[in-house]
Ligand binder design. Structure first.
Ligand code: ZN
Ligand code: ZN
Length: 251
C-alpha cells in the first residue's frame, strides 16, 4: 500500500532540524507535494525538493500574504513553473477567518492567480476558509481550471461546484475530528475526486491531535476514512494515489 500527501509544508521552520528523520519515517507515504505561501517560502521549498527525490512543490501566495504581493512576484512564480519539481500554483485562495489581508486584496490576487494558472495550463492548490460564497463566485467564472480544493471543509455548495468541474478534494486530519462537517459529509465525496493530505505541520489527525503533524501521520487519516466509508484502506489508498499521480503526470 502506498499513498501521496498532496499538501504539506515541510519547508516550514518546524522541520528545519528534523527533516531527515521526518522523511525517513514516511512509511506508506511515497511522495509529498509541498504547498508554499510567499516568495522566500517558495525558494525554500524549491531547494528541499531538489535535495529529496520524493518531494514536489506548488509555488503560491497564501491569502494571508496577499497584502505583500508585488507585481514582479508573478515573474518569479512563472520562472518556478518551468522547474521539473514544480507541480503548479498553490496555495492560493481566500481566508476570511484570520483576514490578515483585506478581503478585496485577497479576491483580486486569487482571481489573478487562477487566470495565470489557466493561461499556463497548471494545477492549483486552493485554500478556502470561511469564504465559500466569494470563492464560488470567483471559481464559477474560471473555466478549464485544474484544481485541488485543499483541506476540503465538507461544505455542500462547494462540493457541488467541485464535482461539476471535476476538481479534486483534499481530505486531511479534520476528518478524524469528532464534530467536523467533513466527517459528517465524507460519504458524499466520491473516491474519484478524493486525494489525501496532511497540511503538515498543522492539523494532525487523531490520535496525534495537538502534535506537529508530519506525512507519516497520513496513515491515521487513511484508516479513519476506511472506517467511515466502510471500504478497505487498500482501495482508498489506490484510488487516491492514482488521482494524485494524475496531477503529477500533468504538471
Ligand atoms: Zn491552507
Ligand atoms: Zn497549507
Amino acid at each position: 500500500m502506498k499513498i501521496i500527501d498532496t499538501h504539506a509544508h515541510l519547508q516550514s521552520k518546524e522541520f528545519d532540524n528534523i527533516i531527515d528523520e521526518v522523511i525517513q519515517r514516511f512509511g506508506i507515504v511515497e511522495k509529498v507535494f509541498l504547498a508554499t505561501s510567499y516568495i522566500s517560502d517558495i525558494e525554500k521549498a524549491y531547494k528541499l525538493t531538489h535535495n529529496y527525490e520524493n518531494l514536489y512543490f506548488f509555488a503560491g501566495i497564501h491569502p494571508h500574504h496577499a497584502g505583500e504581493f508585488k507585481i514582479g512576484d508573478l515573474d518569479i512564480i512563472e520562472s518556478y513553473l518551468k522547474d521539473e519539481k514544480c507541480i503548479g500554483i498553490g496555495e492560493i485562495g481566500l481566508d476570511y477567518f484570520y483576514n490578515y489581508a483585506p478581503k478585496e486584496t485577497q479576491k483580486i490576487l486569487f482571481s489573478s492567480l487562477l487566470d495565470f494558472a489557466i493561461f499556463h495550463n497548471k494545477w492549483v492548490s486552493i485554500h478556502i476558509r470561511d469564504a465559500v460564497s466569494d470563492s464560488i463566485d470567483i471559481l464559477s467564472s474560471k473555466l478549464d481550471l485544474k484544481a485541488i480544493i485543499h483541506c476540503f471543509s465538507g461544505d455542500f455548495d462547494l462540493l457541488k461546484l467541485a464535482l461539476d468541474r471535476n476538481y479534486l478534494l483534499g481530505i486531511g486530519g479534520i476528518v478524524t475530528f469528532k464534530n467536523s462537517l467533513i466527517r459528517k459529509n465524507i460519504k458524499h465525496v466520491p473516491l474519484k475526486n478524493m486525494v489525501l493530505e496532511t497540511d503538515s505541520p498543522y492539523l494532525a489527525p487523531v490520535p496525534k491531535r495537538g502534535h506537529t503533524n508530519e506525512p507519516s501521520f497520513l496513515q491515521y487519516t487513511l484508516f479513519e476514512l476506511s472506517n467511515l466509508l466502510k471500504l478497505p484502506p487498500e482501495e482508498i489508498a489506490q484510488i487516491t494515489y492514482e488521482n494524485s499521480l494524475r496531477v503529477l503526470n500533468d504538471k
